[in-house]
Ligand binder design. Structure first.
Ligand SMILES: *Cc1c(COP(=O)(O)O)cnc(C)c1O
Length: 356
């Protein structure tokens, strides 16, 4: 039976990425060796890193004066690397969910944190729109897509201080104006490739301003100076990211994929608004994530939750159980998710409705 992969992360990847990576694990770039056995300093792997960096710059339209890095430690390491490198005295954070909270917790090791707004009062089911950023903050940190709570900031904010964004779950899903950010980071395993790589895009001129000494491995400058090869990068993960970037360019880039992402999200949210059994957990349409669609049974049908999960599972739906802090269901519909899988989920919901 066809499996429809709605996992939140690690998550669905293009067939192209999987095929090319599988081939390279046996014979990488004609070397007769596995990608896993080849030196990261070989010309074959250096070409992979260079092409991946160049494609990120091309697809995201990264301006001059920015560095693109592939690091390790996940987005969670960026929660501390960002303030280590950029927070002198005080930073501002927008609290839109579990990942924002974790970023805030790490920033507090480095200085004062001003939480400018939070949507915790409604279990993070909306994006706060009006907030004031202290003029003396070194930066404002935002989480553009809230993977767990199904909300997303779909515009590049205009703020008076430098902007930092955790884009782990919506990087490359739509055009973004990189010039508005001093730092962007994203764990690869949502929209980019296998787990084990973290994409970082940093404005060079933002660095070197904090007073504290920074350990070598946690200093962005180290990785800029060494082309993400100060130590051994995750060669397999970076290779996988490159394949997805090649695939994305072939799809027509971020403008084209955004259209598909809007189509997929519209199909699913329209069904949630129509089907009497289900409701979206995000009532405000403009706050709804195009990447992670969270929903629950309507109150009068709440006892059907387990039954629907089983009903969907036998029809090939994988990974739709909601995160424990929201309950219900979550369909993650990242770039690689075909429209046909979203339609299959919607048909399953309609079929289930008919049985009630
Ligand atoms: C998954 C996720 C993280 C954590 O990523 P790791 O790579 O596991 O550290 C952080 N932020 C967001 C928005 C995420 O979706």
């Amino acid at each position: 039976m066809k499996k429809h992969n709605f996992y939140a992360g690690p998550s669905i990847l293009p067939e192209f990425t999987k095929e090319k990576t599988a081939e390279a694990t046996m014979n990488f770039a004609g070397t007769g060796l596995s990608l896993m056995e080849v030196s990261h300093r070989s010309k074959e792997f250096v070409a992979v890193m260079d092409e991946a960096v160049a494609l990120v710059k091309e697809l995201m339209n990264v301006p001059e004066g920015y560095s693109v890095l592939f690091l390790q430690g996940g987005a969670s390491m960026q929660f501390l690397m960002a303030p280590y490198n950029l927070l002198n005295k005080k930073a501002a954070y927008l609290n839109t969910g579990a990942w924002s909270k974790k970023a805030i917790k790490e920033a507090r090791f480095f200085g004062e944190v001003a939480v400018v707004a939070t949507s915790e009062d409604k279990n993070f089911n909306y994006i706060p729109k009006t907030f004031e950023v202290p003029a003396d903050a070194d930066y404002l940190h935002i989480t553009t897509n809230n993977t767990i709570f199904g909300t997303e900031i779909l515009t590049d904010l205009d703020v008076s201080v430098p902007l930092i964004a955790d884009m782990s779950s919506d990087i490359l899903s739509r055009p973004m104006d990189v010039s508005k950010y001093d730092l962007i980071y994203a764990g690869a395993q949502k929209n980019l490739g296998p787990s084990g790589a973290t994409l970082v895009i940093v404005k060079n001129s933002a660095l070197g301003k904090v007073e504290r000494p920074i350990p070598t491995m946690l200093n962005y400058q180290t990785h800029i100076d060494n082309g993400s090869m100060f130590n051994t990068p995750s060669t397999l993960a970076v290779f996988g990211c490159l394949q997805t970037l090649i695939w994305l360019k072939d799809q027509g880039g971020v403008e084209a994929i955004e259209k598909v992402n809007i189509e997929k999200a519209t199909i699913l949210y329209d069904e949630l608004d129509r089907n009497k059994l289900f409701v979206s957990t995000v009532p405000i349409p403009e706050d709804r994530s195009r990447m992670n669609v969270t929903f629950v049974m309507a109150p009068e049908y709440s006892e059907l939750e387990k039954e629907f999960l089983d009903f969907a599972t036998v029809r090939g739906m994988v990974g739709i159980k909601g995160h424990r802090s929201v309950g219900g269901f979550r369909a993650s519909i990242y770039n690689a998710m075909p429209v046909s899988s979203v339609k299959a989920l919607v048909e399953t919901m309609q079929e289930f409705e008919k049985t009630k």
